[in-house]
Ligand binder design. Structure first.
Ligand code: NAP
Length: 343
């Protein structure tokens, strides 16, 4: 679809003087278009991940143009892009918007997603796609009814070495698979109180990234059989957790938000044919005695390219497996009270 030739930035091509989002040029400046008009995208929730990843990644996606933003905070704006205090106000003032990307916390996701789908807009959801499984099923129904795209993203699945890990594992006999996902919450989520409120997932906010990778690379599905969840005495979500999954292999996970120093986002895999480690959150894969795969972080660029492709194809992509495992952990987990948590 938009894969022809080199990407043209800034917005006007220096050689053919046409708007980059409406056409592509090949490396010699020859026009290959005009192609389809770019989708006019609205981004909701101009917070940490919107600034770190969404805004630069949208700018790098020729099939999309950032045409409006919504955030409750009047100072949370993007230069040159019309800003609104809510999605409702945005949709009213800017009916030309065709797609909406939600980068708010999960507790605020459903109302905006339902509003956008009812207005006939394509919708992309940050992870986790909702605060509950049922609300995401409801969104799937709304998207199907409106005939628009719903894309529930899992950014960690787009890390540079995840595909290599999946391929390596695909013909092996698994013995054990251990996830160790540990980071310092004070460093990675400074002052974000929503993560400690019900629906905010606590340590499962990063942990679900590991589960999204696990469910993408294990050759067969697994199900949770036990969990220990450690809740600070003054908080509604866990600060650490241990999970055990059932099946022919030993599949376990350890999540901890009180890790000091650099984060550990690793998966250690043992098979009858050999061992391997997926590390750096999926950016590096090293099979023992084999060739290493590693690469730069292009996770959100890949997500936005996939969103544009789904819109083009009239398809949706909603895989709830990672959220299902988290829901199972909250259902089956043994609650252990720990020291109060203060920032
Ligand atoms: P954040 O900065 O705390 O919040 C994002 C924005 O959402 C805020 O700027 C805020 O904007 C809005 N918001 C916050 N609470 C809200 C509420 N109750 N109702 C409506 N809007 C609310 O969070 P974040 O770190 O960007 O995370 C947002 C989502 O991205 C989460 O689902 C998270 O799991 C995911 N994510 C985060 C990271 C990361 O490194 N932080 C990485 C990948 C994915 P206004 O106050 O201006 O409305």
């Amino acid at each position: 679809m938009f894969g022809l030739g080199a990407k043209v930035n800034p917005a006007v091509c220096g050689r053919c003087r046409l708007v980059a989002s409406d056409l592509l040029c090949d490396a010699f400046g020859q026009q290959k278009g005009p192609l389809k008009m770019a989708e006019k995208l609205a981004l909701v929730g101009i917070g940490k991940i919107a600034r770190d990843q969404h805004i630069p990644s949208i700018a790098d996606t020729p099939a999309l143009v950032l045409a409006a933003t919504a955030s409750r905070n009047p100072a949370a704006t993007v230069d040159g892009v019309p800003a609104y205090p809510s999605l409702a106000a945005l949709l009213e003032a800017a009916p030309e918007i065709t797609a909406v990307s939600l980068a708010t916390p999960p507790q605020a996701r459903f109302a905006d997603a339902a509003l956008a789908l009812a207005a006939g807009k394509h919708v992309m959801l940050e992870k986790p796609p909702g605060a509950t499984l049922s609300e995401v099923h409801a969104l799937e129904g709304l998207a199907a009814k409106a005939g628009v795209t719903l894309f529930a993203t899992w950014h960690s699945r787009e890390a540079a070495a995840v595909d290599a890990a999946r391929e390596w594992l695909s013909d092996k006999c698994l013995i054990s698979f251990h996830i160790s996902w540990k980071e310092d919450v004070r460093h990675w989520h400074p002052g974000q109180d929503w993560i400690w409120e019900a629906g905010g997932l606590g340590v499962f906010d990063p942990g679900i990234n590991a589960l999204s990778v696990m469910t993408a690379i294990l050759p067969a599905p697994v199900h949770l059989v036990s969990a220990d969840l450690h809740f600070p005495a003054n908080r509604d979500t866990p600060v650490s957790a241990r999970l055990r999954f059932g099946g022919p292999a030993e599949v376990t996970a350890e999540f901890d938000w009180l890790e000091k120093g650099p984060p550990a986002w690793n998966i250690d895999i043992e098979t009858r044919e050999g061992k391997a480690r997926l590390s750096q959150g999926g950016a590096r894969f090293a099979p023992e005695g084999g060739e290493e795969t590693a690469g730069a972080n292009t996770e959100y660029r890949r997500l936005y390219t996939q969103f544009a492709k789904l819109i083009e194809e009239g398809a949706s992509e909603v895989d709830l497996a990672p959220l299902r495992h988290v829901a199972d952990a909250f259902m089956l987990g043994r609650r252990v009270q720990t020291d109060p948590f203060e920032w």
